[in-house]
Design a protein around this ligand. Sequence first.
Ligand SMILES: [Zn+2]
Length: 131
Amino acid sequence: MGCRHTTTARELVRLPGGGVLIDTPGLRAVTLWMADDGFRRAFADIEALVGSCRFHDCAHDREPGCAVQTALEGLMQGRTTICIAHRLSTILKADLIVVLDAGHIVETGTHAALIERGGVYRKLYELQFQG
Ligand SMILES: [Zn+2]
């Protein structure tokens, strides 16, 4: 008998601030699921902004002057933001980039450090921006 935590069934762990961590046996991925109303409201606000974007074919990603991008940057001020992205343009300014390959963390660092390193991140960057 001990106090060691072993996951035997799916478990929802409530986090301070209204978040929920889903702990599922046999699954290596960890999902962070923000279930609080404030977060849902923030998404609704962003969805409403999509209509005010002045570009017709905007991906609301890196287009200068995009209303959605501007609003997101405002929301991220003074907050720790976890951003899951496939388009690297979304994360170029991140303080810490964690590169996952086949479910494993293979590199961590800033954009500049990872470019310098010349590994997986640099290969992805070159594919997306010089392809
Ligand atoms: Zn836009």
